[in-house]
Write a protein that binds this ligand. Structure first.
Ligand code: SF4
Ligand code: SF4
Length: 306
């Protein structure tokens, strides 16, 4: 049996592949997990559904490794969070220009009878297409009880609550603390968290839990990854710096890339893991398996560089 996630975090920094809270493209999830499992990733973060968990397990099996070789996290989004939004195109307003399709990192927008449509299961809510009157967004909020049930049923290691909301969801955080034995992760978006607000939130959670044994996912600019520059990852490092004094475990995300570990080292930052979504998906896209593996291995290696 594998050690508990937090015990492992006490010993080493880990690489978490983010498959996307809103990503229900299960074939893509399976393929990405196969590549990153062979390449040596430690953890997978997925959509909170039975189908996504099963896609991850198929990917692990195809990699030749066992489920116990990895850690698993499911994420929960609350109203107002981009991660739970899905793009919609009003065909009566669409002028068939195709600009939105070119901007979409998920290939979720495709031509359809003299206009364009969204393949909803592929849309991750990043809003990179949101520059047209024909485009709007719908959202589906998750229920905390259902999330905890899925995590328990599949013996997952972590539940992450995305806190990109104006109101801090006390009820949901307490429910996870009281009903789930695995790790709790709180994803804090730089845009929503000032120094004061971080202090208020973390102080409350430490009081409810009785300790700082939880993860803070320091989310710089959510879903902004893609470029391999210091600028892209700067806010993730800044957010990690902000939460560093509170003693919780820290993962960086939101704009993270192959430069994140280097920048964190330059800033003498304490952290326990790097979570990468957009950039990790982009560098293996449309490559042969050999090329994709080589790209994924290089990324994992630089992320673990101490
Ligand atoms: S939705 Fe807007 S951007 Fe997309 S093809 Fe139609 S007119 Fe162009
Ligand atoms: S650009 Fe982002 S929000 Fe728009 S359709 Fe693609 S994945 Fe969805």
């Amino acid at each position: 049996m594998k050690p508990k996630l937090l015990d492992t975090l006490n010993k080493k920094k880990i690489f978490k592949l983010v498959l996307g809270l809103g990503n229900r493209h299960f074939e893509e999830i399976e393929n990405l997990v196969t590549i990153y499992a062979i390449a040596g990733a430690d953890m997978f973060d997925i959509n909170p559904s039975k189908e996504a968990v099963e896609a991850v397990m198929r990917g692990v099996k195809k990699s030749g490794k066992t489920p116990d070789d990895f850690y698993y996290s499911i994420s929960m989004g609350l109203s107002g969070d981009k991660h739970i939004q899905k793009c919609y195109i009003d065909k009566s307003k669409c002028k068939n220009c195709g600009k939105c399709a070119k901007k979409c990192p998920q290939n979720a927008i495709v031509p359809d009878k003299n206009c364009y449509k969204v393949i909803t299961q592929n849309c991750i809510g990043c809003q990179k297409c949101d520059d047209c009157k024909a485009i709007s967004f719908t959202e589906s909020e998750y229920d905390v009880e259902k999330i905890v049930k899925i995590a328990k049923k599949y013996k997952l290691d972590c539940i992450e609550i995305h806190l990109s909301t104006k109101k801090i969801p006390d009820k949901e955080i307490k429910y996870v603390i009281e009903n789930f034995e695995g790790a709790l992760s709180l994803c804090l978006d730089r845009k929503f968290y000032s120094n004061e607000r971080v202090k208020k939130l973390v102080t409350k959670v430490i009081k409810w839990k009785g300790d700082a044994n939880f993860i803070i996912q320091a989310d710089g600019v959510p879903m902004s990854g893609g470029d391999n520059t210091f600028n892209s990852t700067l806010q993730a490092v800044a957010m990690a710096h902000l939460v560093q004094p509170y003693g919780a475990y820290i993962f960086m995300s939101g704009g993270t890339n192959a430069k994140t570990a280097e920048l964190a080292k330059l800033c003498s930052l304490r952290y326990n893991g790097i979570s990468i979504g957009s950039y990790a998906r982009k560098i293996v896209k449309d490559r042969s398996l050999t090329d994709a593996l080589s790209q994924a291995q290089k990324l994992i290696e630089v992320c673990r560089n101490d």
